[in-house]
Ligand binder design. Structure first.
Ligand code: ASP
Ligand code: MG
Length: 270
C-alpha cells in the first residue's frame, strides 16, 4: 500500500484538486492507497485570523467567516457534479460551518480565545477539506483522524502518543479499503478528548505516522516543488532538486529550515 499526502496548494484551486483526483484514482488501480489532505490553501491562516478578530470584539469576524464558508461552497459547486452527492456533501459541510460559526460567536461574546478553543477552530480546515475530497474521489472512504491520532500533554505541549497511535492506526486500517481519505494535522488528547493538532504543517506528519504504522511501501508528499532542493527556489534561482537523500540528511535539512516538509515527518522512519 501507499500513503499519499496532498497539501494546501494541492487542494487550493479547482484545477489542482482535479489533478489530485486523477493522481489518486490512477494510483488506486495499482494498490490500496491512504490519502491525507490539508485544509484548502490559506484556510488555516484565515481561521486563525478570524479567531483573533472575534476575540477582540471586531464585528468583521462575520465577513471573514462568510468568506471562508463561501470558498468551500464555491469549491463544492464547481467540482462535485453529481446532484445527490453535492446535496449530501453540502449538508455535512453546512453542519460543520454552523458549528464553527457558533464557536466564533462564543469567542466574540466572551472576548476569550483559549488554546483549546483555538485548536477546535483550526481543526475545521481539515475537517471541511477532507469531506470535500472524499466526495470528489470515486469510492473513497473517509476516516476521522481524531479517532486514531492521539496526543498527550507534556511540558505544556501536545505530543504524539506514538504507541497508542500506532496501535489505533493498525486497528483502524486492518481491512484496508481501496482508497482511504484522512484529514491531516488534527488529533485528540488521549486523556481529555479535546481536539489538538500536530503543529502547523502537521499534515505531513499525519501521513508519515500512518505510513510507518502500516509499513507502507511508499509515502509520497505531493507539493508544488519536485522534492528537496538545494535552496529555497524563491530566493536562489539556480536551486535544483536533490535526487536522493538519507532520512538523516532529510531531517537535517528540515531542521536547518527546509520548508518542503514538516520536520517531525521523518521521525517515524528513523
Ligand atoms: N493546515 C495546517 C497548516 O496550514 C496543516 C498543514 O497544512 O499541514 O498548518
Ligand atoms: Mg506543508
Amino acid at each position: 500500500m501507499k500513503v499519499l499526502k496532498f497539501g494546501g496548494t494541492s487542494v487550493g484551486s479547482v484545477e489542482s484538486v482535479l489533478t489530485l483526483k486523477q493522481i489518486v484514482e490512477h494510483e488506486a488501480q495499482k494498490q490500496p492507497v491512504v490519502i491525507v489532505v490539508s485544509a484548502l490553501g490559506g484556510i488555516t491562516d484565515k481561521l486563525l485570523a478570524t479567531a483573533q478578530l472575534a476575540k477582540h470584539g471586531n464585528e468583521h469576524w462575520k465577513n471573514d467567516f462568510d468568506a471562508i464558508a463561501d470558498r468551500h461552497h464555491r469549491m463544492i459547486n464547481t467540482i462535485i457534479t453529481d446532484d445527490q452527492a453535492r446535496e449530501e456533501l453540502s449538508q455535512t459541510v453546512d453542519a460543520l460551518l454552523e458549528q464553527l460559526r457558533s464557536i466564533y460567536f462564543g469567542v466574540f461574546l466572551i472576548h476569550d480565545l483559549s488554546e483549546k478553543t483555538q485548536n477546535a477552530i483550526v481543526s475545521y480546515g481539515e475537517r471541511l477539506s477532507s469531506q470535500i475530497v472524499a466526495t470528489l474521489i470515486t469510492g473513497a472512504q473517509w476516516f476521522d483522524a481524531c479517532q486514531f491520532i492521539k496526543t498527550e500533554r507534556e511540558n505544556e505541549k501536545h505530543k504524539l502518543d506514538t504507541e497508542l497511535t500506532n496501535n489505533l492506526v493498525r486497528k483502524t486500517f486492518v481491512d484496508l479499503p481501496r482508497i482511504s481519505l484522512v484529514p491531516g494535522f488534527i488529533s485528540r488528547d488521549k486523556n481529555t478528548d479535546e481536539i489538538t493538532n500536530l503543529g502547523r504543517g502537521g499534515s505531513d506528519y499525519t501521513a508519515a505516522i500512518i505510513a510507518a504504522a502500516l509499513d507502507a511501501e511508499v509515502l509520497e508528499i505531493w507539493t508544488d516543488v519536485d522534492g528537496f532542493m538545494t535552496a529555497d527556489p524563491r530566493v536562489i534561482k539556480t536551486a535544483y532538486t536533490i535526487n536522493e537523500l538519507s532520512y538523516i540528511e532529510a531531517m537535517e535539512l528540515c531542521n536547518f529550515g527546509a520548508k518542503v516538509i514538516y520536520p517531525p515527518t521523518i521521525y517515524p522512519f528513523v
